[in-house]
Design a binder for this molecule. Structure first.
Ligand SMILES: [Mn+2]
Length: 401
């Protein structure tokens, strides 16, 4: 099974990270996220003072949560994690507080990085760890995969493409991009941005529309060239699982996407699978001012990582129930959103694409005969093109139609 990605080991996408984004461990260095719970774990028989001394040697003083009692360590760590600050605790594998520490990391959406002393075992579910053998490792801190706060834009943030390649080319052209001469086949398609701009795809590149492979060729080409980012959508994720060999239901347009991909080479399908496996669940830009996530993201999940962040970013605030149309019941997280960070998302097709509580949905249901929409950042202006036709019947009428 692939490790759940929670950290970014490199910026270049050059294969220096393991699948899912976890770093490879090499020699005497241990790469951990700059936001994480660092857990120094030792066997019951080990000297606690020695573990604490190692923590002091390896980590900055302000990150240390080394109160006398294990429970107090965890309370201090949780307070830091809540503020998105890294925290370091040293605990015996037998401390009852260990479970509380793991729970605190989970509820604060912080990755756990464990340094294992004297043969201590990694706790269940902790995939990022380093066994201390001999000299302590050289620690390297890396930003989480979502953390692109150093990228300021300007951006063209593009809504759910869903295989609508022609409309994507039209929208990019409208935005001043030049899509390079189209060739049939499966080579990637390149596009040249207007000076300094970058595109961000909100995910759901495939399914329901007529030209899924071409949409993939263009989006993948743009990402490869470094002129676009793309977060993962639920359809992208399901396609990846299908290409992984999982037994997924071929509904909501996936059967047609599969047919298109069956006319491609194994290498291209592998390229698509790899592309999807590298997609972050959300991205955080512009000094922290902008979040892009397929279905949106609540404030306490911004810039964090883990299974529940990923699930929310792909599916939104789902309750597990279904509505009269058989669609998942979704709570309107944006209605209650009160943070200053802008959130741009897609996933819920609507023709009412407007800013609401610093959030905006840019999915205007192109595959359902609506429009393909982008929002420009930092201008906050919308651009859109009409669908050439209705490729798919909406399960319920488009909001605002
Ligand atoms: Mn979606």
């Amino acid at each position: 099974m692939r490790e759940e990605g929670n950290i970014d080991g490199g910026r270049s996408g050059d294969g220096s990270t393991a699948p899912g984004g976890a770093p490879r461990r090499a020699g005497g260095s241990f790469e951990i996220p700059d936001f994480a719970l660092a857990l120094i774990l030792f066997p019951e028989t080990f000297d606690r003072a020695e573990a604490d001394a190692l923590a002091r040697r390896l980590f900055p003083a302000d990150e240390l949560c080394l109160a006398p009692e294990p429970e107090a360590r965890v309370v201090a760590a949780e307070t830091r994690l809540k503020q998105r600050l890294p925290a370091v605790v040293a605990l015996s594998a037998k401390d009852k507080a260990l479970q509380d520490a793991l729970r605190a990391a989970r509820t604060k959406h912080a990755p756990v990085a464990a340094l294992l002393l004297a043969g201590a075992a990694a706790p269940p579910g902790v995939s990022l760890f380093h066994r201390l053998e001999g000299a302590p490792p050289r620690l390297r801190r890396a930003p989480l995969q979502c953390d692109r706060r150093d990228e300021r834009g300007p951006f063209d943030i593009i809504g759910d493409v869903h295989g609508c390649y022609d409309e994507l080319v039209a929208l990019l052209t409208e935005l001043g991009w030049r899509v390079k001469a189209f060739r049939k086949g499966e080579t990637l398609i390149h596009a040249e941005p207007p000076a300094g701009r970058r595109a961000i795809f909100v995910g759901d590149l495939v399914d329901r529309g007529p030209r899924n492979v071409d949409a993939l060729r263009l989006a993948m080409g743009m990402v490869k060239d470094g002129v676009a980012h793309a977060v993962i959508g639920n359809h992208d994720h399901k396609l990846m699982r299908m290409l992984d060999g999982a037994n997924v239901t071929r509904n909501h347009g996936l059967a047609e996407t599969e047919q298109e991909l069956l006319s491609c080479s194994d290498q291209f399908r592998e390229k698509v699978r790899q592309f999807m496996s590298e997609r972050p669940d959300h991205l955080w830009f512009d000094g922290g001012a902008l979040i892009v996530a397929h279905a949106g993201l609540k404030a306490h999940m911004h810039g964090r990582a883990g299974k529940s962040v990923r699930k929310f970013a792909m599916f939104g605030d789902i309750t597990g129930e279904r509505d009269a149309f058989g669609l998942p019941v979704r709570l309107d997280w944006a209605e209650h959103y009160r943070a200053e960070t802008a959130v741009v998302y897609g996933h819920t097709p609507t023709l009412r694409n407007h800013w609401r509580n610093e959030t905006i949905c840019v999915d205007s249901g192109c595959c359902f005969g609506g429009r393909l929409t982008a929002v420009r950042w930092p201008e906050r202006e919308l651009a859109s093109v009409p669908a050439l036709r209705r490729y798919s019947e909406p399960i319920k009428p488009l909001d605002g139609a």
